[in-house]
Design a protein around this ligand. Structure first.
Ligand SMILES: [Zn+2]
Length: 108
């Protein structure tokens, strides 16, 4: 029995970021960002973090709005940890959240 991404998201996210997981398109819509590789926000391209060619985090440097793939890589003490596809149902596009970063970046 694999855990749904929603369950994992609720587990790893701080309470203020908990929300129904979204497709990337829905998450971009929440922020009012265009559905393109590098959306423009506050007059400049958002910063994208990706690994192995797939983006898992994008953020505006100015207003700190972000989208995050909750199933994306986690960086811990110099190593990268991926979500275990045997334990989590990764066969879904609903894996993104949108928000505005406060002090603790949820992707760090
Ligand atoms: Zn912005």
């Amino acid at each position: 029995m694999k855990a749904p991404v929603q369950e994992v998201a609720d587990d790893i996210l701080a309470p203020e970021f908990r929300q129904p997981v979204k497709t990337l398109g829905e998450a971009l819509d929440v922020l009012g960002w265009e559905h393109i590789d590098k959306p423009i926000c506050c007059g400049s391209e958002v910063t994208i973090r990706s690994l192995l060619g797939s983006a898992y985090f994008a953020q505006c440097r100015t207003c700190k709005k972000f989208v995050l793939d909750v199933t994306g890589p986690k960086f811990e003490g110099g190593s990268v940890r991926f979500m275990d596809g045997d334990k989590v149902d990764l066969e879904t596009d609903r894996r993104w959240i949108a928000g505005v970063e406060p002090k603790n970046c949820p992707a760090s």
